[in-house]
Design a protein. Structure first.
Lengths: 466, 102
């Protein structure tokens, strides 16, 4: 790429591949001169189950539909398409899952684009080695990690920076499908390659990471970011939508624990002195952010599958119970725990019973303010957690008569609360856990990343860990 | 007696990664922001009492140009643990609305 920097235009169609992209918005961004389409396909927002299982939250059809719109637009305009964190969690298998969908789309469109796949899933054994060498550091609130925790993860991914994307672009990739990547890195790659100011590239990427979230109407399509040597501009793809200094700067607050300083692979973006200026009715310009280069680190994410749960649900409209919900909760909980202890060898087997009173304090689990009026109706969810699904089911069955028929006062006749299903016990499946909040220190952005290239319409065998 | 809901036009909470929840207090006016930004109530002890978080892991981050106070706190348990009730932490702000500020 030329050393003479020009303005880099990146089209960000949505915050999540598969969420639903409008072809007209994409074509509008291309008309405006986009040099690349870049977007993210992942998140940890929806919880640890996707990484623990290594599966996508988005269904295959939605991903294929969006990919068809993006690939056909990008290939027609002859600009690259970059996708970060394929398949929600960004494991190697999810990169290949997305690659296979892309190859299917390519075959439908009768094209053979040059596809680069970037893999960043990590072996626990490799990280154990690096941990022992002092190259893995914790981020609060977690502490130092021990080998057993690393080894218990079903999947560990390292969040890529922009470098592998930049290298793939330099090598002529038309489509880049990345494993776990920071949301920002995939959007910043093209501007960085084109020589834009790094602070502006990172800040623009942070603002545009959720597509239209930084506009006044987040549901109205994505955005175009224009990054130059001094700053960047955000323009919504929909001609009725606007990006204002408030909508753009407020996005820095969203889902980030520190809105002023953002740690990324290889540096920190500091936006505390950034200035936001409306340059026309729909476009906001930002200058004044600072990029502080730091020794290279990649954040790690790891998850595993743990215990199993079975749930039961009932409704209560009995006024006397509703007038004494806290006492009833405690009596019921005590009774259920006793019942399990009397039926199972609980000195050897872990279990946990939790009751959530929806309509009272089910959402927070905290005491309600003194004097709160009783509700007209509560929904009670029973959750038992145990080492196997079978044990959780058996414990729920043991609790069943107590749960649905526990009177408020023990000398009263047995009530029947309203249960909607039979059988009443619902096996819910496994509890998944995030285990890592650590960074690994690396030589550069490539060291822990593997690359593979695909051009044919027939997917070769998986090349991960190759 | 001003409550959080009286002085803020909007309060929201959201997960910030699997280990943190972040709360944004958008104040109604510059005057109210100036008056309550450094409130002795919106401090780590409140978050310890309400959410059981470690007060040393509560970060206060005023954003003056947005008249917004951001407070981020470590979840006492990671997102998705067996006792999870609010995966996104998106309803955690509700308990703050009635907190009295003076």
């Amino acid at each position: 790429m030329s050393a003479v920097a020009k303005v880099a235009l990146v089209l960000v169609p949505t915050g999540m591949l598969g969420a639903g992209i409008q072809r007209a918005h994409v074509l509008r961004g291309i008309e405006l001169g986009a040099h690349a389409i870049a977007l993210d396909a992942g998140s940890t927002d929806s919880g640890p189950s996707y990484l623990a299982r290594g599966v996508s939250k988005m269904n295959r059809e939605s991903v294929k539909r969006d990919l068809e719109i993006l690939m056909s637009a990008a290939l027609t305009a002859n600009i690259p398409l970059l996708v970060g964190t394929c398949g929600t969690c960004g494991t190697d298998a999810m990169v290949n899952w997305t690659r296979d969908i892309a190859l299917e789309v390519a075959s439908d469109l009768k094209v053979t684009p040059k596809i680069a796949c970037l893999y960043s899933e990590q072996r626990a054994s490799e990280l154990v080695k690096r941990n022992r060498a002092g190259q893995v550091s914790p981020l609060p609130p977690l502490g130092a990690i021990d080998d057993a925790v690393l080894e218990s993860c079903t999947h560990i991914v390292a969040l890529m920076g922009p470098e592998p994307y930049v290298t793939a672009l330099r090598s002529g990739a038309q489509i880049i499908l990345g494993g776990r990547t920071t949301d920002t890195a995939v959007l910043a790659a093209m501007p960085l390659l084109m020589g834009a100011d790094p602070a502006a590239a990172w800040h623009a990427a942070k603002v545009a990471e959720c597509g239209g979230q930084c506009t006044v109407n987040p549901r109205q399509g994505g955005v175009l970011m224009r990054v130059d040597q001094q700053g960047f501009e955000i323009e919504p793809l929909d001609s009725d939508n606007r990006a204002t200094p408030e909508s753009v700067s407020a996005h820095m607050l969203y889902e980030s624990s520190d809105p002023q300083r953002l740690t990324e692979p290889g540096g920190v973006l500091d936006v505390s002195n950034a200035t936001y200026m409306q340059i026309n009715e729909r476009v906001t310009r930002v200058t004044g952010s600072v990029w502080e280069p730091m020794p290279y680190t990649m954040k790690l994410e790891g998850a595993r599958a743990g215990y199993f749960q079975t749930i039961m649900i009932m409704g209560i409209e009995d006024p006397e119970v509703l007038a004494n919900l806290d006492a009833f909760h405690d009596t019921l909980h005590r009774g259920l725990v006793k019942r399990i202890e009397a039926t199972f060898d609980t000195t050897a087997v872990f279990f946990d019973v939790s009751l959530r009173f929806y309509g009272w304090n089910g959402t927070s689990g905290r005491p309600v303010p003194v004097g709160t009026a009783p509700p007209r109706d509560v929904g009670v969810m029973f959750v038992v957690t145990a080492p196997t699904q079978e044990l959780a089911n058996q414990m729920a069955k043991a609790c069943n008569p107590h749960f649905f028929h526990m009177p408020l006062h023990l000398n009263k006749e047995l009530p029947s609360y309203a249960f909607p299903f039979t059988p009443a016990e619902i096996p819910r499946g496994q509890v998944y856990e995030f285990l890592l909040n650590h960074v690994v220190h690396t030589r550069d952005g490539h060291e822990l990343v593997r690359v593979d290239w695909f051009e044919t319409a027939i997917p070769p065998e998986s090349a991960s860990h190759g | 007696m001003a409550k959080v809901a009286d002085v803020c036009r909007h309060v929201r909470s959201k997960n910030a990664g699997p280990f943190w929840i972040t709360v944004d207090f958008f104040f109604k006016s510059q005057e109210l922001y100036a008056q309550y930004r450094d409130s002795a109530v919106l401090r780590p002890a409140l978050f310890e009492r309400l959410y059981g978080t470690n007060p040393q892991l509560v970060k206060r981050l005023p954003v003056d140009n947005l008249m917004t106070l951001k407070i981020s706190y470590a979840r006492p348990h990671p997102q998705g643990w067996m006792g999870e009730r609010d995966m996104h932490g998106g309803q955690q702000y509700a308990s703050l609305l009635d907190v009295e500020l003076d």
